[in-house]
Design a protein around this ligand. Structure first.
Ligand code: AMP
Ligand code: MG
Length: 505
């Protein structure tokens, strides 16, 4: 395989491959017959110390299609297991992905660089190791949207078409490789892989590695393994609360898709809720609704319990005491999550100080949205307009415009109470509140129909403009610019009613 170094600024330092023996298999990406760069994440490239201009053209295409492994990279396929829809698979692993290695970014943060769709590996089982253009561009769109929303996420650095078709249910589709940047690819399922084999030494090595990488303040402390579990629970509580506060449905919260870093990973059958419904589920394979919107915090807790089980032998020689310690962390998760959720909701309501009535105030707003099948994103955004004095846009979302009247009166009373404690006049306080709300309640999210439209054009006709326009829009979620109006509109109800997302493509 040719090697070249078009990106001299990338300095690899591959601790995962070097320090963790038996955790991965050295492997090479498949050759792509006709690489073409479809997407390059310029801001992210700059964060990594890359020169985006040097990556345009053939050099970038060869690099991001996997044809030119950069100097210093040591591609490996990582081993992991996982509970998928509740059933345990002791061996999953990177069946179509490779970790190229880690780089220190411009801010000194260690970040994984990985391929997805780069060909078969020893973990591929029946799969072809490939990925199609559409789903890889979906990873770009949703990841960039999440990042712009301030939600921890892995991000796409590039997507390159391979020039090779892949066979899927829909027929032959153009193939692509995604380059993904992550704080790490350590998953709950990585711990499960070794725990399931009774390999306590490797569970310990992985825990020590994870602590050094994500929770360095715990290094050397006697309580570090329980500390790791608490830290992961804290990150997940925060993450899931953020998902819930933008209506994000991951769709496939298997334990192999939950990171220890607290970043969202693997944008497969995910979607944002439109008309608010706690039971919303879009994934074609989630017929039981296991990963429905309102189940996500419960599933996060369930996944954390699976992580806790793998750590039990590290929590001390007294098995009962270890179980008690782990149980304490898992039992504390719902409370930690609820606090994160409420803090986020309070900000969405434009409130600054906690009050015992806030939880009911937020819950009753959501109940109104649910009853009226009102668009979640638009309703929160228009509540900001109500804060500035105009109720009409919010009321117009309801089948009966008077429906939110009593609730608005309660919310206004609560706002007035808070404002009375401040020094600004009522109008000034309203404008300030609206500005605060507009900084947390997005106007633009990746609407399902827009995403489909963009991916279809790219995949079917090789037209990238709809993708590029949508990407630009979701990167500015709080922007009131008039040209973004088409991206703020809810999908036609008929589209949402039968919207389905697909996995493993
Ligand atoms: P995911 O649903 O993308 O989280 O993947 C679950 C598991 O299936 C992982 O072990 C993947 O590596 C594997 N997998 C998914 N698609 C493919 C494919 N096309 N070829 C090989 N393995 C795959
Ligand atoms: Mg996965």
């Amino acid at each position: 395989m040719p090697t070249m170094d078009p990106i001299p600024a990338l300095r690899f330092d591959n601790t995962y491959a070097r320090e963790l023996e038996g955790f991965s298999v050295p492997w090479k990406p498949a050759l792509a017959p006709a690489p073409a760069l479809l997407f390059l994440n310029r801001p992210l490239a700059l964060e990594l110390g890359l020169e985006p201009a040097a990556l345009d053209g053939a050099a970038g295409a060869a690099l991001f299609a996997g044809n030119a492994v950069p100097d210093g990279a040591e591609p490996v396929a990582q081993a992991y297991a996982g509970h998928q829809f509740g059933g345990f698979s002791p061996q999953l692993g990177d069946g179509r992905a490779l970790l190229l290695g880690e780089v220190l970014d411009a801010a000194g943060r260690r970040r994984d660089i990985a391929f997805k769709g780069s060909g078969r590996t020893p973990f591929s089982r029946g799969g072809d190791g490939r990925a199609a253009v559409g789903p890889m561009l979906r990873e770009v769109l949703i990841g960039e949207a999440m990042h712009a929303l301030g939600i921890p996420t892995t991000r796409a650095l590039a997507v390159a078409a391979t020039g090779e078709p892949v066979m899927r249910e829909a027929g032959l589709l153009p193939g692509a490789v995604l380059t993904r940047v992550a704080a790490s690819h350590i998953r709950v399922g990585t711990f499960q892989f070794f725990a399931a084999r009774g390999d306590e030494a490797r569970v310990r090595a992985l825990a020590d590695y994870t602590i050094a990488r994500h929770d360095p303040e715990l290094v050397g402390t006697p309580d570090r393994y329980a500390g790791l579990l608490r830290a992961v629970a804290r990150r997940q509580a925060r993450l899931i609360a953020q998902w819930m506060n933008v209506g994000f449905i991951h769709g496939v919260m298997n334990t192999d898709n939950m990171t220890l870093s607290g970043e969202t990973i693997d944008y497969g059958p995910c979607a944002f809720v439109e008309a608010y419904d706690p039971a919303a589920v879009f994934s074609s394979i989630d017929s039981g609704g296991r990963y429905a919107l309102s189940n996500q915090p419960l599933i996060a807790r369930w996944n954390l319990a699976r992580l806790a089980e793998t750590l039990l032998p590290l929590l001390g020689d007294d098995a009962e005491a270890a179980i008690a310690q782990a149980t304490e962390v898992i039992d504390a998760f719902p409370g930690g999550y609820a606090a994160e959720l409420l803090a986020g909701r309070r900000a969405k309501l434009g409130l600054l100080r906690p009050d015992p009535t806030d939880e009911a105030l937020a819950a009753d707003f959501l109940a109104l949205l649910h009853a009226g099948r009102v668009d979640f994103t638009a309703a929160w955004r228009r509540l900001g307009e109500a804060a500035a004095g105009d109720d009409a846009p919010l009321r117009a979302l309801f089948p009966e415009p008077q429906a939110p009247g009593a609730w608005l009166a309660r919310w206004r009373a609560r706002c007035a109470e808070e404002d009375a404690a401040g020094s600004t006049d009522a109008a000034g306080a309203g404008a300030a509140r609206a500005a605060r709300m507009n900084a947390v309640n997005p106007r633009v999210i990746p609407r399902n129909h827009r995403v489909e439209e963009a991916l279809e054009a790219a995949s079917d006709d090789g037209r990238l403009e709809p993708f590029e326009r949508l990407l630009d829009a979701v990167r500015r979620p709080y922007d009131d610019a008039p040209e973004l109006a088409p991206y703020a509109e809810p999908a036609p109800a008929a589209v949402t009613a039968c919207y389905k997302t697909y996995c493993g493509t």
